[in-house]
Design a protein around this ligand. Structure first.
Ligand code: ADP
Length: 298
């Protein structure tokens, strides 16, 4: 049951109780009519006082309900945008895979052209897989379907391998990695998803010549991770909202990039399942910095 439904039921119950109580008071007041004047005016004052509290609680309740209806409307708008962009995102890679397959069937191509086409189809397939993974993860999170496992995760070698792969697919991007932790105790799948989402975003929003810094340090049983880029940055008033489901910053840069608004939502939820925290800050001199703190006993 949603919060607003519970609130409506509680308010309705309170209104009903209050009316019964007042009905009883009014009948009782009639019976008291011949008793002392002092007693009657004490009763009237009591009813006025209770009426005041009643109206205040009722108004606060309606204000809360209106707020949560506003939030639901906002969420449904975002869901609508999500459906539009996801339908587009599902169609584009499928169309390009189909084109590649048709070309390969119809024509005899040189080996290097074939390789070029196949790598295009592979990256379209990869995009589809990421999108489907995000949708599945978001719906599993909604149903409390994730319980993090305590794996010994080789963070250093994972980072080296991931950055090496990204350097191949994004040759003009610059990566600076300073990782002082060989292993971390965390859920393998979740940690990989967290890093993949943040690194993919840093590359996606910074453009061709992205400059990305990754640092990992262990201090007092906490693993501190920072992923910073020199892209367009995120306005202060949006820094918390970007972690909400389906939320996408409404500026031109964000809208011109493909996305579902699920990546950071999943990232934050996975971090919180590990009892950790993530926040977004401005990078200096420019860009975005994501700071993660994960409990990690050594
Ligand atoms: P999306 O699929 O839209 O990238 P995310 O949940 O990963 O969804 O991110 C939410 C929004 O936060 C993005 O739409 C984008 O506007 C903003 N954002 C995330 N990472 C960055 C970044 N490194 N630089 C600038 N904006 C970012």
């Amino acid at each position: 049951m949603t919060k607003s439904k519970i609130l409506i039921y509680l308010l309705a119950f309170y209104v009903l109780l209050q009316f019964i109580w007042w009905g009883y008071q009014i009948i009782d007041l009639g019976a008291l009519a011949d008793q002392s004047k002092e007693d009657t005016s004490r009763r009237i004052l009591m009813i006025i006082g209770e009426g005041g509290v009643f109206i205040l609680i009722l108004m606060a309740g309606f204000w809360k309900i209106q707020q949560s209806i506003g939030k639901e409307i906002e969420l449904s708008k975002r869901q609508n945008n999500f459906m539009l962009s996801v339908t587009h995102e599902l169609k584009t890679p499928l169309t390009s895979i189909q084109l590649v397959l048709q070309t390969l069937m119809k024509r005899k191509l040189k080996e290097e052209d074939k390789e070029d086409l196949l790598s295009k189809a592979l990256s379209a397939n990869q995009r589809l897989a990421v999108l489907i993974d995000n949708i599945l993860n978001a719906s599993r999170l909604e149903n409390d379907g994730f319980k993090p496992k305590s794996n010994v995760f080789p963070l250093n070698s994972f980072l080296n391998k991931t950055i090496e792969d990204l350097r191949k697919t994004h040759p003009s991007a610059v990566f600076n990695v300073d990782s002082q932790l060989d292993c971390i105790t965390a859920d393998t799948y979740m940690i990989e998803t967290i890093f993949n989402n943040l690194l993919e975003n840093a590359l996606k929003y910074s453009g061709e010549a992205a400059q990305i810094e990754v640092s990992v340090q262990q201090r007092n049983h906490i693993c501190h991770i920072v992923i910073a880029d020199q892209g367009p940055g995120i306005p202060d008033e949006e820094k918390d909202k970007i972690f909400e489901k389906f939320y996408r910053v409404g500026n031109e840069i964000s809208r011109s990039k493909k996305g579902s608004g699920l990546g950071l939502f999943i990232t934050k939820e996975f971090i919180e399942l590990h009892k950790g925290q993530i926040r977004c800050e401005n990078n200096v001199p420019k860009g975005t910095k994501f700071i993660i703190e994960l409990p990690n006993e050594k």
